[in-house]
Design a protein around this ligand. Structure first.
Ligand code: GTP
Length: 601
Protein backbone atom coordinates (compact mmCIF):
# COMPACT_ATOMS: atom_id res chain seq x y z
CA UNK A 1 0.00 0.00 0.00
CA UNK A 2 1.42 3.36 -1.07
CA UNK A 3 1.44 5.69 1.94
CA UNK A 4 0.36 8.57 -0.31
CA UNK A 5 -3.04 6.89 -0.51
CA UNK A 6 -3.58 6.38 3.20
CA UNK A 7 -5.33 8.77 5.58
CA UNK A 8 -5.47 8.04 9.31
CA UNK A 9 -7.92 10.11 11.30
CA UNK A 10 -10.10 10.25 14.34
CA UNK A 11 -13.37 11.92 15.18
CA UNK A 12 -13.42 13.98 18.36
CA UNK A 13 -16.37 15.73 19.92
CA UNK A 14 -18.13 16.67 23.10
CA UNK A 15 -20.51 13.98 24.31
CA UNK A 16 -23.66 13.69 22.14
CA UNK A 17 -22.50 16.06 19.43
CA UNK A 18 -22.87 13.24 16.92
CA UNK A 19 -19.53 11.50 16.62
CA UNK A 20 -20.92 7.97 16.27
CA UNK A 21 -23.67 9.02 13.89
CA UNK A 22 -21.14 10.73 11.66
CA UNK A 23 -18.95 7.61 11.71
CA UNK A 24 -21.99 5.57 10.61
CA UNK A 25 -22.52 7.89 7.62
CA UNK A 26 -18.88 7.61 6.54
CA UNK A 27 -19.05 3.82 6.74
CA UNK A 28 -22.22 3.87 4.73
CA UNK A 29 -21.12 6.12 1.87
CA UNK A 30 -17.81 4.33 1.49
CA UNK A 31 -19.76 1.08 1.25
CA UNK A 32 -17.74 -0.39 4.12
CA UNK A 33 -20.89 -1.85 5.55
CA UNK A 34 -23.70 -3.21 3.45
CA UNK A 35 -26.91 -1.35 4.02
CA UNK A 36 -28.63 -4.44 5.42
CA UNK A 37 -25.97 -4.82 8.11
CA UNK A 38 -26.11 -1.17 8.98
CA UNK A 39 -27.53 -0.48 12.37
CA UNK A 40 -27.24 2.68 14.30
CA UNK A 41 -23.84 3.39 15.79
CA UNK A 42 -22.11 0.25 14.60
CA UNK A 43 -18.89 1.22 16.24
CA UNK A 44 -20.36 1.13 19.71
CA UNK A 45 -20.55 -2.62 19.95
CA UNK A 46 -21.03 -3.14 23.64
CA UNK A 47 -24.63 -3.18 24.82
CA UNK A 48 -23.85 -0.69 27.48
CA UNK A 49 -22.33 1.68 24.95
CA UNK A 50 -25.48 1.57 22.88
CA UNK A 51 -27.77 2.09 25.80
CA UNK A 52 -25.92 4.98 27.32
CA UNK A 53 -24.87 6.35 23.95
CA UNK A 54 -21.26 6.62 25.00
CA UNK A 55 -18.16 5.13 23.52
CA UNK A 56 -16.23 3.23 26.15
CA UNK A 57 -13.51 1.54 24.16
CA UNK A 58 -11.77 2.80 21.09
CA UNK A 59 -12.19 0.95 17.83
CA UNK A 60 -10.70 1.28 14.41
CA UNK A 61 -12.07 0.59 10.98
CA UNK A 62 -10.66 0.69 7.47
CA UNK A 63 -12.66 2.22 4.62
CA UNK A 64 -11.92 2.50 0.91
CA UNK A 65 -12.92 5.46 -1.14
CA UNK A 66 -12.39 6.54 -4.73
CA UNK A 67 -11.86 10.28 -4.51
CA UNK A 68 -12.68 13.00 -7.02
CA UNK A 69 -9.09 12.75 -8.32
CA UNK A 70 -9.88 9.19 -9.47
CA UNK A 71 -7.45 7.50 -7.09
CA UNK A 72 -8.49 4.96 -4.49
CA UNK A 73 -7.68 5.83 -0.88
CA UNK A 74 -7.60 3.81 2.30
CA UNK A 75 -9.11 5.72 5.21
CA UNK A 76 -8.51 4.45 8.72
CA UNK A 77 -10.99 5.81 11.22
CA UNK A 78 -9.81 5.42 14.78
CA UNK A 79 -12.64 5.93 17.21
CA UNK A 80 -11.94 7.41 20.65
CA UNK A 81 -13.76 7.13 23.97
CA UNK A 82 -15.66 10.30 24.76
CA UNK A 83 -15.22 10.88 28.48
CA UNK A 84 -12.65 12.56 30.72
CA UNK A 85 -12.02 9.29 32.56
CA UNK A 86 -10.40 8.00 29.40
CA UNK A 87 -8.28 11.01 28.48
CA UNK A 88 -5.08 9.04 28.17
CA UNK A 89 -6.64 6.53 25.77
CA UNK A 90 -7.93 9.44 23.70
CA UNK A 91 -4.46 10.96 23.54
CA UNK A 92 -2.96 7.63 22.37
CA UNK A 93 -5.63 7.08 19.74
CA UNK A 94 -4.99 10.61 18.48
CA UNK A 95 -1.27 10.07 18.22
CA UNK A 96 -1.96 7.11 15.93
CA UNK A 97 -3.47 9.59 13.41
CA UNK A 98 -2.40 12.46 11.20
CA UNK A 99 -5.72 14.26 11.40
CA UNK A 100 -8.89 14.70 13.42
CA UNK A 101 -12.42 15.75 12.61
CA UNK A 102 -13.63 18.03 15.37
CA UNK A 103 -17.41 17.70 15.53
CA UNK A 104 -19.39 20.52 17.13
CA UNK A 105 -23.15 20.51 17.55
CA UNK A 106 -24.50 23.43 15.49
CA UNK A 107 -27.17 24.11 18.10
CA UNK A 108 -24.97 23.93 21.19
CA UNK A 109 -21.60 25.23 20.07
CA UNK A 110 -18.34 24.73 21.89
CA UNK A 111 -18.37 22.72 25.14
CA UNK A 112 -15.63 21.78 27.63
CA UNK A 113 -14.73 18.57 25.87
CA UNK A 114 -14.67 20.31 22.50
CA UNK A 115 -11.92 22.52 23.88
CA UNK A 116 -10.13 19.71 25.73
CA UNK A 117 -10.18 17.42 22.70
CA UNK A 118 -9.12 20.19 20.35
CA UNK A 119 -6.14 20.87 22.60
CA UNK A 120 -5.26 17.17 22.72
CA UNK A 121 -5.33 17.06 18.93
CA UNK A 122 -3.24 20.21 18.61
CA UNK A 123 -0.72 18.78 21.09
CA UNK A 124 -0.52 15.61 19.02
CA UNK A 125 0.30 17.80 16.01
CA UNK A 126 -2.79 16.76 14.04
CA UNK A 127 -4.47 18.55 11.18
CA UNK A 128 -7.94 19.42 12.44
CA UNK A 129 -11.00 19.56 10.21
CA UNK A 130 -13.72 21.46 12.09
CA UNK A 131 -17.25 20.33 11.35
CA UNK A 132 -20.58 21.74 12.50
CA UNK A 133 -23.03 18.87 12.79
CA UNK A 134 -26.83 18.72 13.11
CA UNK A 135 -27.36 21.61 10.68
CA UNK A 136 -30.79 20.09 9.99
CA UNK A 137 -31.98 21.18 13.45
CA UNK A 138 -34.19 24.28 13.41
CA UNK A 139 -32.26 25.73 16.36
CA UNK A 140 -28.90 25.33 14.59
CA UNK A 141 -26.98 28.61 14.64
CA UNK A 142 -24.32 27.87 12.06
CA UNK A 143 -22.77 31.28 11.44
CA UNK A 144 -22.33 32.08 15.08
CA UNK A 145 -20.85 28.70 16.01
CA UNK A 146 -18.64 28.56 12.91
CA UNK A 147 -17.11 31.86 14.02
CA UNK A 148 -16.52 30.48 17.52
CA UNK A 149 -14.90 27.33 16.23
CA UNK A 150 -12.73 29.31 13.81
CA UNK A 151 -11.67 31.44 16.75
CA UNK A 152 -10.78 28.38 18.85
CA UNK A 153 -8.67 26.85 16.09
CA UNK A 154 -7.33 30.10 14.61
CA UNK A 155 -8.76 29.36 11.18
CA UNK A 156 -11.34 31.02 8.92
CA UNK A 157 -15.08 30.46 9.47
CA UNK A 158 -15.33 29.23 5.88
CA UNK A 159 -12.94 26.36 6.71
CA UNK A 160 -15.59 25.01 9.08
CA UNK A 161 -17.64 22.38 7.22
CA UNK A 162 -21.37 22.03 7.74
CA UNK A 163 -22.99 18.61 7.81
CA UNK A 164 -25.93 16.67 9.07
CA UNK A 165 -24.81 13.24 10.18
CA UNK A 166 -28.44 12.28 10.43
CA UNK A 167 -29.53 13.09 6.88
CA UNK A 168 -26.08 12.67 5.32
CA UNK A 169 -26.05 16.24 4.01
CA UNK A 170 -22.47 17.45 3.47
CA UNK A 171 -20.84 14.11 4.31
CA UNK A 172 -19.55 13.28 0.77
CA UNK A 173 -17.84 16.69 0.77
CA UNK A 174 -16.36 15.89 4.18
CA UNK A 175 -14.80 12.70 2.74
CA UNK A 176 -13.13 14.72 -0.01
CA UNK A 177 -11.82 17.22 2.55
CA UNK A 178 -10.37 14.39 4.66
CA UNK A 179 -8.34 13.29 1.65
CA UNK A 180 -7.42 16.84 0.65
CA UNK A 181 -6.54 18.35 4.02
CA UNK A 182 -5.14 15.51 6.13
CA UNK A 183 -1.53 14.66 5.29
CA UNK A 184 -0.55 11.15 4.21
CA UNK A 185 1.62 9.22 6.69
CA UNK A 186 5.34 9.62 6.11
CA UNK A 187 7.00 6.68 7.84
CA UNK A 188 10.18 5.00 6.70
CA UNK A 189 9.36 1.50 5.43
CA UNK A 190 13.04 0.52 5.41
CA UNK A 191 13.62 1.48 9.06
CA UNK A 192 13.27 -0.98 11.99
CA UNK A 193 9.66 -1.65 13.00
CA UNK A 194 7.94 0.84 15.32
CA UNK A 195 4.22 0.39 15.87
CA UNK A 196 2.10 2.21 18.46
CA UNK A 197 -0.34 0.18 20.56
CA UNK A 198 -3.50 2.29 20.76
CA UNK A 199 -5.88 -0.35 22.07
CA UNK A 200 -6.26 -4.04 22.80
CA UNK A 201 -9.20 -6.39 23.03
CA UNK A 202 -9.72 -9.88 24.30
CA UNK A 203 -10.86 -12.53 21.88
CA UNK A 204 -11.87 -15.92 23.17
CA UNK A 205 -10.11 -17.74 20.30
CA UNK A 206 -7.03 -15.62 19.77
CA UNK A 207 -6.34 -14.27 23.28
CA UNK A 208 -5.25 -10.65 23.33
CA UNK A 209 -5.59 -8.79 20.05
CA UNK A 210 -3.35 -5.73 19.90
CA UNK A 211 -4.45 -2.74 17.79
CA UNK A 212 -1.51 -0.92 16.28
CA UNK A 213 -0.56 1.94 14.03
CA UNK A 214 2.70 1.18 12.22
CA UNK A 215 4.96 4.23 12.07
CA UNK A 216 8.15 2.74 10.59
CA UNK A 217 9.16 -0.55 9.05
CA UNK A 218 7.11 -3.62 8.25
CA UNK A 219 5.46 -6.44 10.11
CA UNK A 220 4.68 -9.97 8.90
CA UNK A 221 3.08 -13.12 10.31
CA UNK A 222 5.70 -14.96 12.34
CA UNK A 223 7.92 -11.93 13.04
CA UNK A 224 9.55 -11.90 16.49
CA UNK A 225 8.14 -9.00 18.52
CA UNK A 226 9.20 -7.01 21.52
CA UNK A 227 7.15 -4.50 23.51
CA UNK A 228 9.28 -1.61 24.79
CA UNK A 229 7.59 -1.52 28.19
CA UNK A 230 8.39 -5.22 28.70
CA UNK A 231 11.74 -5.70 26.98
CA UNK A 232 12.43 -9.05 28.65
CA UNK A 233 9.59 -10.81 26.81
CA UNK A 234 9.67 -11.95 23.22
CA UNK A 235 6.54 -12.92 21.31
CA UNK A 236 6.07 -14.27 17.84
CA UNK A 237 3.42 -12.55 15.76
CA UNK A 238 0.83 -15.18 15.06
CA UNK A 239 -1.46 -13.24 12.80
CA UNK A 240 -1.31 -9.75 11.33
CA UNK A 241 -4.19 -8.01 9.60
CA UNK A 242 -6.52 -5.08 9.25
CA UNK A 243 -9.60 -4.02 11.20
CA UNK A 244 -12.85 -3.83 9.33
CA UNK A 245 -15.66 -4.63 11.75
CA UNK A 246 -13.75 -7.76 12.59
CA UNK A 247 -10.30 -9.07 11.96
CA UNK A 248 -9.22 -9.56 8.36
CA UNK A 249 -5.83 -11.30 8.11
CA UNK A 250 -3.49 -9.79 5.54
CA UNK A 251 -0.19 -11.29 6.74
CA UNK A 252 1.49 -7.93 6.38
CA UNK A 253 1.36 -4.36 7.68
CA UNK A 254 3.71 -1.57 6.68
CA UNK A 255 4.54 1.99 7.71
CA UNK A 256 1.45 4.21 7.68
CA UNK A 257 -1.04 1.38 8.14
CA UNK A 258 -3.41 0.57 10.98
CA UNK A 259 -4.22 -3.02 11.94
CA UNK A 260 -4.00 -5.73 14.54
CA UNK A 261 -1.54 -8.35 15.79
CA UNK A 262 -2.18 -11.55 17.68
CA UNK A 263 0.82 -13.10 19.36
CA UNK A 264 -0.40 -15.66 21.91
CA UNK A 265 -0.35 -13.00 24.58
CA UNK A 266 -1.73 -14.26 27.85
CA UNK A 267 -3.94 -11.23 28.31
CA UNK A 268 -4.29 -7.64 27.23
CA UNK A 269 -2.20 -6.44 30.17
CA UNK A 270 0.88 -7.53 28.23
CA UNK A 271 0.01 -5.03 25.52
CA UNK A 272 -0.28 -1.67 27.22
CA UNK A 273 -1.90 1.24 25.48
CA UNK A 274 0.78 3.72 24.41
CA UNK A 275 3.56 1.12 24.23
CA UNK A 276 5.71 0.61 21.13
CA UNK A 277 6.10 -2.75 19.37
CA UNK A 278 9.37 -3.44 17.64
CA UNK A 279 11.06 -6.40 15.99
CA UNK A 280 12.90 -8.45 18.64
CA UNK A 281 15.76 -9.33 16.26
CA UNK A 282 16.15 -5.86 14.83
CA UNK A 283 14.77 -3.49 17.49
CA UNK A 284 14.29 0.21 16.91
CA UNK A 285 16.63 2.43 18.94
CA UNK A 286 13.85 4.43 20.54
CA UNK A 287 10.22 3.94 21.47
CA UNK A 288 7.54 6.25 20.13
CA UNK A 289 6.96 9.11 22.62
CA UNK A 290 4.12 9.41 25.13
CA UNK A 291 3.89 6.07 26.93
CA UNK A 292 2.51 6.28 30.44
CA UNK A 293 1.45 3.49 32.77
CA UNK A 294 -2.20 4.17 33.62
CA UNK A 295 -2.98 4.72 37.23
CA UNK A 296 -6.37 4.27 38.87
CA UNK A 297 -7.70 7.47 40.44
CA UNK A 298 -10.86 6.34 42.23
CA UNK A 299 -11.25 3.35 44.54
CA UNK A 300 -14.17 1.49 45.96
CA UNK A 301 -14.66 -1.77 47.84
CA UNK A 302 -16.91 -4.25 46.04
CA UNK A 303 -18.44 -7.08 48.06
CA UNK A 304 -20.86 -9.83 47.09
CA UNK A 305 -24.25 -9.16 48.64
CA UNK A 306 -24.34 -12.86 49.42
CA UNK A 307 -21.03 -13.61 51.13
CA UNK A 308 -21.01 -17.20 49.81
CA UNK A 309 -20.50 -15.82 46.32
CA UNK A 310 -17.04 -14.34 46.86
CA UNK A 311 -15.53 -16.83 44.40
CA UNK A 312 -18.10 -15.90 41.74
CA UNK A 313 -17.30 -12.24 42.16
CA UNK A 314 -13.61 -12.97 41.66
CA UNK A 315 -14.37 -14.91 38.46
CA UNK A 316 -16.58 -12.08 37.25
CA UNK A 317 -13.92 -9.44 37.90
CA UNK A 318 -11.24 -11.59 36.27
CA UNK A 319 -13.40 -11.83 33.17
CA UNK A 320 -14.08 -8.11 33.05
CA UNK A 321 -10.40 -7.38 33.40
CA UNK A 322 -9.67 -9.40 30.28
CA UNK A 323 -11.18 -6.59 28.26
CA UNK A 324 -10.47 -3.70 30.53
CA UNK A 325 -6.79 -3.06 31.13
CA UNK A 326 -7.47 -0.14 33.44
CA UNK A 327 -9.50 -2.08 36.00
CA UNK A 328 -7.43 -3.20 38.98
CA UNK A 329 -8.48 -5.09 42.09
CA UNK A 330 -6.98 -6.76 45.15
CA UNK A 331 -8.76 -8.91 47.74
CA UNK A 332 -9.75 -7.09 50.89
CA UNK A 333 -11.53 -7.99 54.08
CA UNK A 334 -13.94 -5.76 55.88
CA UNK A 335 -15.27 -6.45 59.35
CA UNK A 336 -18.67 -5.22 58.24
CA UNK A 337 -18.89 -6.64 54.74
CA UNK A 338 -16.73 -9.76 54.84
CA UNK A 339 -14.52 -10.76 51.90
CA UNK A 340 -14.47 -8.61 48.81
CA UNK A 341 -12.16 -6.57 46.59
CA UNK A 342 -10.67 -3.11 46.64
CA UNK A 343 -10.98 -1.98 43.05
CA UNK A 344 -9.26 0.89 41.28
CA UNK A 345 -10.92 2.84 38.47
CA UNK A 346 -9.96 5.65 36.12
CA UNK A 347 -12.88 7.73 37.33
CA UNK A 348 -16.46 7.63 38.47
CA UNK A 349 -17.95 6.77 35.11
CA UNK A 350 -15.54 3.88 34.81
CA UNK A 351 -16.65 2.67 38.25
CA UNK A 352 -20.30 2.89 37.28
CA UNK A 353 -19.68 1.01 34.06
CA UNK A 354 -17.90 -1.80 35.89
CA UNK A 355 -20.67 -2.04 38.46
CA UNK A 356 -23.33 -2.17 35.81
CA UNK A 357 -21.47 -4.75 33.78
CA UNK A 358 -21.00 -6.90 36.86
CA UNK A 359 -24.67 -6.69 37.64
CA UNK A 360 -25.70 -7.35 34.06
CA UNK A 361 -23.28 -9.89 32.68
CA UNK A 362 -22.73 -11.92 35.80
CA UNK A 363 -26.00 -11.55 37.59
CA UNK A 364 -24.14 -10.63 40.71
CA UNK A 365 -25.67 -8.21 43.19
CA UNK A 366 -22.90 -6.32 44.94
CA UNK A 367 -22.48 -3.98 47.84
CA UNK A 368 -20.14 -1.10 47.06
CA UNK A 369 -18.47 1.26 49.45
CA UNK A 370 -18.36 4.99 48.81
CA UNK A 371 -15.71 5.81 46.19
CA UNK A 372 -12.59 7.53 47.44
CA UNK A 373 -9.25 8.70 46.08
CA UNK A 374 -5.77 7.49 47.04
CA UNK A 375 -3.98 9.29 49.89
CA UNK A 376 -0.30 9.74 50.61
CA UNK A 377 0.23 9.73 54.35
CA UNK A 378 3.59 10.91 55.71
CA UNK A 379 4.11 9.06 58.98
CA UNK A 380 5.92 10.49 62.01
CA UNK A 381 9.12 8.65 61.05
CA UNK A 382 9.06 10.28 57.61
CA UNK A 383 7.97 7.20 55.63
CA UNK A 384 5.19 7.74 53.12
CA UNK A 385 2.30 5.29 52.95
CA UNK A 386 -0.06 5.16 49.99
CA UNK A 387 -3.56 4.39 51.24
CA UNK A 388 -6.56 3.59 49.07
CA UNK A 389 -8.98 2.63 51.84
CA UNK A 390 -10.13 5.34 54.28
CA UNK A 391 -10.34 2.74 57.07
CA UNK A 392 -6.56 2.34 56.84
CA UNK A 393 -5.74 5.99 57.54
CA UNK A 394 -3.95 5.92 60.91
CA UNK A 395 -5.27 7.78 63.98
CA UNK A 396 -4.34 11.39 64.58
CA UNK A 397 -0.88 11.72 66.17
CA UNK A 398 0.70 8.90 64.18
CA UNK A 399 1.31 10.90 61.03
CA UNK A 400 2.68 14.29 60.01
CA UNK A 401 0.48 15.02 57.03
CA UNK A 402 -1.96 13.63 54.47
CA UNK A 403 -1.72 14.57 50.79
CA UNK A 404 -4.50 14.08 48.25
CA UNK A 405 -4.59 14.18 44.43
CA UNK A 406 -5.46 17.49 42.79
CA UNK A 407 -6.77 18.02 39.30
CA UNK A 408 -6.83 21.05 37.04
CA UNK A 409 -10.37 21.52 35.80
CA UNK A 410 -11.67 23.49 32.85
CA UNK A 411 -15.29 24.51 33.11
CA UNK A 412 -17.09 25.98 30.13
CA UNK A 413 -20.33 27.79 30.95
CA UNK A 414 -22.48 30.69 29.75
CA UNK A 415 -21.07 34.02 30.95
CA UNK A 416 -24.20 34.77 33.01
CA UNK A 417 -23.57 31.62 35.09
CA UNK A 418 -19.99 32.52 36.02
CA UNK A 419 -21.02 33.77 39.47
CA UNK A 420 -22.91 30.63 40.49
CA UNK A 421 -20.18 28.37 39.09
CA UNK A 422 -17.65 30.31 41.21
CA UNK A 423 -19.75 29.79 44.35
CA UNK A 424 -20.21 26.10 43.59
CA UNK A 425 -16.52 25.60 42.90
CA UNK A 426 -15.15 27.42 45.90
CA UNK A 427 -17.60 25.43 48.04
CA UNK A 428 -15.85 22.34 46.72
CA UNK A 429 -12.44 23.64 47.84
CA UNK A 430 -11.60 24.72 44.30
CA UNK A 431 -8.91 27.37 43.88
CA UNK A 432 -9.67 29.74 41.08
CA UNK A 433 -6.93 30.39 38.52
CA UNK A 434 -8.25 32.10 35.46
CA UNK A 435 -11.17 32.96 33.14
CA UNK A 436 -11.02 33.06 29.37
CA UNK A 437 -13.79 33.99 26.98
CA UNK A 438 -13.91 31.23 24.36
CA UNK A 439 -16.80 32.51 22.39
CA UNK A 440 -19.34 35.32 22.47
CA UNK A 441 -21.29 34.20 25.53
CA UNK A 442 -19.15 31.35 26.82
CA UNK A 443 -16.52 31.54 29.50
CA UNK A 444 -13.89 28.99 30.35
CA UNK A 445 -12.93 28.94 34.01
CA UNK A 446 -9.84 27.21 35.28
CA UNK A 447 -9.73 25.80 38.81
CA UNK A 448 -7.56 23.43 40.80
CA UNK A 449 -9.69 20.98 42.76
CA UNK A 450 -9.04 18.12 45.14
CA UNK A 451 -10.19 15.16 43.04
CA UNK A 452 -12.16 13.84 46.02
CA UNK A 453 -14.42 16.91 45.91
CA UNK A 454 -15.50 16.54 42.32
CA UNK A 455 -15.96 12.81 41.97
CA UNK A 456 -19.43 12.64 43.49
CA UNK A 457 -22.00 15.17 42.50
CA UNK A 458 -19.98 18.07 41.15
CA UNK A 459 -20.88 17.44 37.54
CA UNK A 460 -24.60 17.12 38.29
CA UNK A 461 -24.56 20.28 40.38
CA UNK A 462 -22.68 22.12 37.64
CA UNK A 463 -25.30 21.03 35.13
CA UNK A 464 -28.11 22.24 37.34
CA UNK A 465 -26.63 25.67 38.17
CA UNK A 466 -25.95 26.31 34.48
CA UNK A 467 -29.30 24.95 33.26
CA UNK A 468 -27.50 22.15 31.46
CA UNK A 469 -25.03 24.33 29.59
CA UNK A 470 -22.00 23.89 31.84
CA UNK A 471 -19.44 21.26 31.01
CA UNK A 472 -16.36 20.00 32.75
CA UNK A 473 -13.06 18.46 31.86
CA UNK A 474 -10.08 17.77 34.09
CA UNK A 475 -6.57 16.42 34.18
CA UNK A 476 -4.54 14.99 37.05
CA UNK A 477 -2.13 17.56 38.46
CA UNK A 478 -0.24 16.50 41.61
CA UNK A 479 -0.54 15.49 45.28
CA UNK A 480 -0.98 18.33 47.76
CA UNK A 481 -1.08 18.30 51.55
CA UNK A 482 -4.54 19.11 52.98
CA UNK A 483 -6.04 19.26 56.48
CA UNK A 484 -7.65 15.84 56.21
CA UNK A 485 -8.77 13.40 58.83
CA UNK A 486 -10.43 10.03 59.08
CA UNK A 487 -14.08 10.17 60.01
CA UNK A 488 -15.28 6.95 61.55
CA UNK A 489 -18.74 5.75 62.31
CA UNK A 490 -19.57 3.57 65.29
CA UNK A 491 -22.71 1.50 65.54
CA UNK A 492 -23.56 0.29 69.02
CA UNK A 493 -19.96 0.96 69.97
CA UNK A 494 -18.36 -0.91 67.05
CA UNK A 495 -16.40 0.97 64.38
CA UNK A 496 -17.77 0.15 60.94
CA UNK A 497 -14.72 0.09 58.68
CA UNK A 498 -16.74 0.22 55.48
CA UNK A 499 -18.30 3.53 56.54
CA UNK A 500 -15.02 5.33 57.17
CA UNK A 501 -14.33 8.42 55.11
CA UNK A 502 -11.51 10.91 54.78
CA UNK A 503 -12.84 14.44 55.20
CA UNK A 504 -11.54 17.97 55.34
CA UNK A 505 -11.33 19.32 58.89
CA UNK A 506 -13.53 22.33 58.05
CA UNK A 507 -16.39 20.12 56.93
CA UNK A 508 -15.86 17.30 59.42
CA UNK A 509 -18.47 18.32 62.00
CA UNK A 510 -21.16 18.92 59.44
CA UNK A 511 -20.46 15.65 57.62
CA UNK A 512 -20.26 13.67 60.86
CA UNK A 513 -23.59 15.04 62.05
CA UNK A 514 -25.31 14.41 58.73
CA UNK A 515 -23.90 10.88 58.51
CA UNK A 516 -25.48 10.04 61.85
CA UNK A 517 -28.82 11.53 60.79
CA UNK A 518 -28.84 9.70 57.45
CA UNK A 519 -27.88 6.39 59.03
CA UNK A 520 -30.65 6.82 61.58
CA UNK A 521 -33.10 6.97 58.68
CA UNK A 522 -31.57 4.04 56.78
CA UNK A 523 -31.05 1.51 59.57
CA UNK A 524 -34.25 -0.22 60.69
CA UNK A 525 -35.17 -0.45 64.33
CA UNK A 526 -33.72 -3.47 66.13
CA UNK A 527 -34.54 -5.36 69.31
CA UNK A 528 -32.33 -2.98 71.30
CA UNK A 529 -31.41 0.70 71.16
CA UNK A 530 -28.73 1.40 68.52
CA UNK A 531 -26.41 4.31 69.18
CA UNK A 532 -24.78 5.87 66.10
CA UNK A 533 -21.67 7.96 66.65
CA UNK A 534 -19.23 9.80 64.42
CA UNK A 535 -15.66 10.34 65.59
CA UNK A 536 -12.64 12.10 64.08
CA UNK A 537 -9.14 10.69 63.83
CA UNK A 538 -9.83 7.88 66.30
CA UNK A 539 -10.81 10.38 69.02
CA UNK A 540 -13.96 11.21 71.00
CA UNK A 541 -17.34 11.24 69.25
CA UNK A 542 -18.38 14.51 67.61
CA UNK A 543 -21.96 13.55 66.82
CA UNK A 544 -24.55 11.10 68.14
CA UNK A 545 -27.99 9.77 67.22
CA UNK A 546 -29.94 6.82 68.50
CA UNK A 547 -32.51 4.45 67.05
CA UNK A 548 -35.27 3.40 69.44
CA UNK A 549 -35.70 -0.32 70.06
CA UNK A 550 -38.54 -2.29 68.47
CA UNK A 551 -41.34 -3.58 70.58
CA UNK A 552 -40.31 -7.00 71.72
CA UNK A 553 -42.97 -9.09 70.04
CA UNK A 554 -43.90 -8.23 66.46
CA UNK A 555 -46.84 -10.58 66.37
CA UNK A 556 -48.27 -9.59 69.74
CA UNK A 557 -50.68 -7.19 68.12
CA UNK A 558 -51.90 -9.86 65.71
CA UNK A 559 -54.51 -11.45 67.84
CA UNK A 560 -57.31 -13.09 65.97
CA UNK A 561 -57.05 -14.15 62.34
CA UNK A 562 -55.56 -17.44 61.30
CA UNK A 563 -52.04 -18.71 61.73
CA UNK A 564 -50.96 -17.92 58.14
CA UNK A 565 -51.08 -14.22 58.89
CA UNK A 566 -48.53 -14.65 61.66
CA UNK A 567 -46.36 -16.86 59.52
CA UNK A 568 -46.41 -14.33 56.68
CA UNK A 569 -45.27 -11.56 58.95
CA UNK A 570 -42.42 -13.62 60.35
CA UNK A 571 -41.38 -14.69 56.84
CA UNK A 572 -41.34 -11.10 55.72
CA UNK A 573 -39.15 -10.19 58.62
CA UNK A 574 -36.74 -13.01 57.84
CA UNK A 575 -36.48 -12.05 54.16
CA UNK A 576 -35.74 -8.46 55.17
CA UNK A 577 -32.97 -9.70 57.43
CA UNK A 578 -31.32 -11.79 54.73
CA UNK A 579 -30.32 -8.79 52.66
CA UNK A 580 -28.83 -7.06 55.67
CA UNK A 581 -25.17 -7.08 56.65
CA UNK A 582 -24.41 -7.84 60.27
CA UNK A 583 -22.18 -5.31 62.01
CA UNK A 584 -21.56 -6.48 65.56
CA UNK A 585 -25.16 -6.94 66.76
CA UNK A 586 -26.70 -4.51 64.29
CA UNK A 587 -28.37 -5.43 60.98
CA UNK A 588 -27.45 -2.86 58.34
CA UNK A 589 -29.08 -2.60 54.89
CA UNK A 590 -26.63 -2.41 51.93
CA UNK A 591 -27.70 1.10 50.94
CA UNK A 592 -26.46 2.42 54.29
CA UNK A 593 -22.90 1.89 53.06
CA UNK A 594 -23.46 4.66 50.53
CA UNK A 595 -24.83 7.02 53.20
CA UNK A 596 -22.11 9.59 52.59
CA UNK A 597 -23.53 10.20 49.12
CA UNK A 598 -26.82 11.26 50.67
CA UNK A 599 -25.50 13.81 53.08
CA UNK A 600 -25.79 16.62 50.56
CA UNK A 601 -29.48 16.00 50.00
P1 GTP B 1 -21.00 9.81 22.44
O1 GTP B 1 -20.84 8.46 21.82
O2 GTP B 1 -21.85 9.81 23.67
O3 GTP B 1 -19.77 10.62 22.53
O4 GTP B 1 -22.00 10.61 21.51
P2 GTP B 1 -21.76 10.91 20.03
O5 GTP B 1 -20.98 12.16 19.92
O6 GTP B 1 -21.27 9.70 19.35
O7 GTP B 1 -23.23 11.25 19.58
P3 GTP B 1 -24.23 10.34 18.79
O8 GTP B 1 -23.74 10.04 17.43
O9 GTP B 1 -24.63 9.23 19.68
O10 GTP B 1 -25.41 11.38 18.63
C1 GTP B 1 -26.07 11.97 19.73
C2 GTP B 1 -27.52 12.24 19.38
O11 GTP B 1 -27.58 13.23 18.36
C3 GTP B 1 -28.23 11.03 18.81
O12 GTP B 1 -29.53 11.03 19.32
C4 GTP B 1 -28.24 11.28 17.31
O13 GTP B 1 -29.35 10.69 16.68
C5 GTP B 1 -28.32 12.78 17.24
N1 GTP B 1 -27.70 13.31 16.01
C6 GTP B 1 -26.46 13.03 15.54
N2 GTP B 1 -26.23 13.70 14.38
C7 GTP B 1 -27.35 14.42 14.14
C8 GTP B 1 -27.73 15.32 13.08
O14 GTP B 1 -27.01 15.61 12.15
N3 GTP B 1 -28.96 15.88 13.16
C9 GTP B 1 -29.82 15.60 14.19
N4 GTP B 1 -31.01 16.19 14.19
N5 GTP B 1 -29.51 14.75 15.18
C10 GTP B 1 -28.28 14.17 15.15
Amino acid sequence: MDQQHIRNFSIIAHIDHGKSTLADRLLEITGTIEARKMREQVLDNMDLERERGITIKSHAIRMRHVAADGAEYVLNLIDTPGHVDFNYEVSRALSACEGAILVVDAAQGIQAQTVANAYLAIEAGLTIIPVLNKIDLPQADCDRHAAEVANLLSCEPRDVLRVSAKTGLGTPELLEEIIRRIPAPSGNVAAPLRALVFDAAHDSYQGAVVYVRVFDGELRDGDPLRFFAQPEHRHDADQVGILQLGYIPTGHLAAGEVGYITAHLKDIHEARVGDTVSNADEPAAEALPGFRAIKPMVFSGLYPADSDRYGDLRTALDKLRLNDASLSFVPERSLALGFGFRCGFLGLLHLEIVRERLAREFNQPIVATVPNVEYEVTMNDGTVRTIDNPADVPPRGQYQSIAEPYVRAHIVCPTDAVGTVMTLSTGKRGSYLNTEYVAGDRARLIFDFPLAEIIFDFYDRLKSVTRGYGSLDYDYLEYRVSALERLEIRLAGETVDALSAVVHRDAAYRIGRRMCEVLKELIPRQQFEVVIQAALGGGKPIARESIKPLRKDVIAKLYGGDVTRKRKLLEKQKAGKRRMKRVGRVDVPPEAFLAVLKIGE
